[in-house]
Design a protein around this ligand. Sequence first.
Ligand SMILES: NC(=O)C1=CN([C@@H]2O[C@H](COP(=O)(O)OP(=O)(O)OC[C@H]3O[C@@H](n4cnc5c(N)ncnc54)[C@H](O)[C@@H]3O)[C@@H](O)[C@H]2O)C=CC1
Ligand SMILES: O=C([O-])CC(=O)C(=O)O
Length: 313
Amino acid sequence: MALTRKKITVVGAGFTGATTALMLAQKELGNVVLLDIPQLENPTKGKALDMLEASPVQGFDSQIIGTSNYDDAADSDIVIITAGIARKPGMSRDDLVNTNAGIMKSVCENVKRVAPESTVIILSNPVDAMTYAAYKTLGFPKNRVIGQSGVLDTARYCTFIAQELNVSVEDVRGFVLGGHGDDMVPLVRYSNVGGIPIETLIPADRIQEIVQRTRVGGGEIVNLLGNGSAYYAPAASLVQMAEAIIKDKKRIIPVIALLEGEYGYNDLFLGVPAILGGSGIEKVFELDLTAEEKAALDKSANSVRSVISVVNL
Ligand SMILES: NC(=O)C1=CN([C@@H]2O[C@H](COP(=O)(O)OP(=O)(O)OC[C@H]3O[C@@H](n4cnc5c(N)ncnc54)[C@H](O)[C@@H]3O)[C@@H](O)[C@H]2O)C=CC1
Ligand SMILES: O=C([O-])CC(=O)C(=O)O
């Protein structure tokens, strides 16, 4: 059987998009099309060419092109959408909803036209609502429309736990449920290092500080950067999701999925643990939650619902 490289389009060639494109190529996950608006066609081509010129040094054979023409994205296997504005200090992600919903709609109309069989991963904020907007515009099956928040939020949570215990990040396991906002739900009860529950290793008040720092982790970076938001860890998170799909790894990771009854929610996109493989979201896990955890998840779900309610498509 002839082997063909996958085609991955990254829409939005800003901080997250460009970083994602480079990481995808470095891991040789496929050929990469980096796409931005026509006014930025030359800078987009320039970024792509600059990345490609790193390939002899780093030894990767993925091709990377820059474009503003959706025909170049035709028949992509994966489309990653990072197009949109980012927040600045003092703003919440939800403040981006009107601008980014318009952008998401126009991007998805094009994606639907040129890459109807693709699996689409959304990053643009407010990401739960943008994943909903993408789903409605694309009309793709729910397993092929996936939002990114939980990989990043979990990565932040695990970073802080590893720092607290001075242990390898590789041995920290845990995950964050719910919407990508300040009321997301890091699940302490399901978190461990090397199989040892963190509740037996870290005092309860310190765990609560880690949970809170995770919740506002995006804002911490926004305040430090001063003029934009995080992009290295978000790009790494997108690449992990793309890799799980491209290699049919069947990884269990938190993703933003359409819920149809799971956790008692309907017609809602929310972060939940799922199997991510060749068919996209292959299964959503419904965990047993304590009353306290469920109340926290309800609060987060209500926040997402209120943002979705203002999305006009
Ligand atoms: N879900 C998550 O965990 C995260 C979400 N984000 C979100 O990702 C988005 C992108 O962030 P950055 O890359 O830092 O912003 P950025 O401003 O560096 O890049 C955004 C790019 O999108 C492009 N764009 C705008 N409209 C477009 C259109 N119609 N078609 C194609 N491209 C278009 C812009 O020209 C720009 O190059 C923001 O909404 C940000 O809030 C960022 C980090 C994490
Ligand atoms: O905080 C932001 O605006 C960007 C983002 O979603 C994150 O880094 O978690």
